[in-house]
Design a protein around this ligand. Sequence first.
Ligand SMILES: Cc1cc2nc3c(=O)[nH]c(=O)nc-3n(C[C@H](O)[C@H](O)[C@H](O)COP(=O)(O)OP(=O)(O)OC[C@H]3O[C@@H](n4cnc5c(N)ncnc54)[C@H](O)[C@@H]3O)c2cc1C
Length: 404
Amino acid sequence: MPATYSKDNPSGLPDFNNTETAYAHLSSGELRRALVLFQTVGNAKLVGVGKILIQWALALRIPIGWAIRPTIYSHFCGGETIEGCETQVNKLYASGVRTILDYSAEGKETEDELESTFDSILEAIKATDQDPHHAFGVFKVSGIAPTLILELVSEGKTLTSAQREAWQRVRTRVAALCTEAARIKTPVFIDAEESWLQPAIDLLAEEQMLLHNRIQAVIFTTVQLYRHDRLAYLKALTDKAQSSGFRLGVKLVRGAYMEKERFRATKIGAPSPIQPDKQATDRDYDAALDWCVEHTDTVSLCAGSHNEASSLLLCSKMKEAGLAVGDDRIWFAQLLGMSDPISFNLAAAGYNVAKYVPYGPIRETIPYLIRRAEENTSVAGQSSRELELIRSEFKRRSQVNRAR
Ligand SMILES: Cc1cc2nc3c(=O)[nH]c(=O)nc-3n(C[C@H](O)[C@H](O)[C@H](O)COP(=O)(O)OP(=O)(O)OC[C@H]3O[C@@H](n4cnc5c(N)ncnc54)[C@H](O)[C@@H]3O)c2cc1C
């Protein structure tokens, strides 16, 4: 149902304060779990101590699944296998939100581990075939490539013959994932990573877009606007797409590795690739949205963000440009368990929305879960907004119950 003008909603844009729509998919028990979880991760000290304890337990091989599975894992992950995600995937779909299956294994380095991650990602892409529950596939190049090789290629170093072979294996794996996505017509995101690996990832993404995006955007690269040089890159890539005759698929994100980036820049005495402040990141992110909406003849866009202002801005830019809310060149995406008010209110208004549904054995998802917890501390700020809205939904539900 498209967003309509009404007295309560004079802008005709989605209302992210509508908690009834935002949390309709959650029972009161699930909502309570979310409340306790956001209260817990809102405490930065607790998150810090929890992170050390988990890493310590993992190193000593102490089982921790019993504590993690019913709490943070159930909230942020779909399940341990693709089949295990089914309930979650159906629940999202029933509210108009589609799934992006995200196999969550990180930090693998041996060829056997990389090959096994490749197999799992390929399986996830294949699982989307002819299935409308799924909107996109996704992968991280570092999951199927040795970090050192990505770093050397990014620096433009001359490779030894063994390294050249390893790089060739990476290119073959990326090509196989993209070819399968193109064959079954499921678009696939290539995630963005640390700046010292990104030139190699850009190379691979551009190679695959040139090959597969002739008619439709099947391959999506990712641009991180917390980097001060990436708005210019997005514009140059649009020019390249126009002159080479391919559609540019792009996921716009602010960026997830800010502290790591700044730490490394200080350590090696190099200038930081990160914007000077949050305002500069927000400015470039919104300018990038604007750029993409103005270039929909060439660009297909996914806004990967939990920022309400940017999400609303994209809705109003679409409206100004005369684009239908469900225009298939424009998508919104959030992570499972985060910013439900954005995802579900956008979907109810008819926009294209998908959520990353991470899955995998609990042990493998720990680095992802730690990032989610850190992102939601009171320092990062996200948990207070989530808590405010969950509390107001509890209040609304109890008023409804009293009125019965
Ligand atoms: C669907 C989806 C896909 C994603 N894919 C990727 C990916 O491929 N690669 C990746 O790196 N991240 C990815 N992310 C994470 C994303 O980059 C952000 O870390 C996260 O979404 C928070 O940003 P936000 O837009 O939601 O908004 P906000 O919460 O408004 O912004 C927080 C972000 O602003 C930036 N920021 C905060 N403080 C400062 C400061 N002092 N100076 C400069 N910048 C600052 C940081 O990037 C921080 O993460 C993805 C997120 C989503 C929802």
